[in-house]
Design a binder for this molecule. Structure first.
Ligand code: HEM
Ligand code: ZN
Length: 181
């Protein structure tokens, strides 16, 4: 994973638990003297160890941490890549553009990023079906990112995870519905 992802995890941990907590997590779960540079690649296992350690500290399952981090991550990505996000006028347009616009842009900005395969289709006025596939199986991070995007556009959504790689499926299927309440 790219350093930018670790940088935003650091922001979240510092905001919720303080700088001392982050330094202590880093000391125990990363090579000595580690400084994350946004465009550099680091082992996925390092991110998972840190996320697991955050869960241990908060007594939360890893799945909850990954989802909460995804939610936080969206705003962090927006702040760092405003021009990429600003071109989308709505939540639907952004979600439909994740794979062919946003992550294509990411591919130009970063050398060798680790991106998932995502495809989306609108199945009704207020529903989008998303398929997610990645060797990293970060579908809960994707869910969190979608909730973060919904916050950004100030719309309420619900997500049903109707098929999951963690349960043996070839890919995950997410049904994203805009609520009218
Ligand atoms: C990585 C999904 C929007 C930039 C990822 C990953 C997921 C994901 C799940 C983790 C890697 C994996 O699963 O294999 C999504 C979804 C989005 C979204 C669902 C919208 C709701 C964005 C935006 C940006 C962005 C707006 C920034 C312009 C990146 C970057 C990585 C990434 C830099 C990390 C690549 C790496 O570490 O090598 N995305 N993404 N994404 N995404 Fe997105
Ligand atoms: Zn899944």
């Amino acid at each position: 994973m790219k350093g930018i992802i670790f940088n935003i995890l650091e922001d979240m941990v510092v905001e919720k638990l303080g700088m001392a907590a982050w330094n202590s997590l880093l000391e125990k779960n990363a090579p000595q003297g580690r400084v994350y540079v946004s465009a550099k690649n680091y082992d996925d296992s390092e991110l998972f160890s840190l996320a697991q350690a955050v869960g241990d500290t908060l007594q939360l399952p890893l799945a909850d941490v990954v989802k909460a981090f995804g939610h936080y991550l969206f705003q962090g990505l927006v702040e760092r890549h405003q021009s990429v996000v600003q071109r989308f006028a709505s939540f639907d347009a952004l979600v439909l553009g994740i794979h062919d616009v946003i992550h294509v842009e990411v591919n130009k900005l970063y050398v060798d990023p680790s991106l998932p395969t995502i495809s989306c289709e609108k199945t009704s006025d207020n529903t989008i079906k998303m398929f997610y596939h990645s060797p990293r199986q970060l579908c809960l991070c994707a869910e969190g990112l979608l909730y973060g995007a919904a916050d950004y556009y100030k719309i309420p959504i619900t997500i049903q995870h109707t098929q999951c790689m963690h349960l043996g499926a070839e890919q995950c299927e997410l049904i994203i519905e805009q609520r009218h309440d």
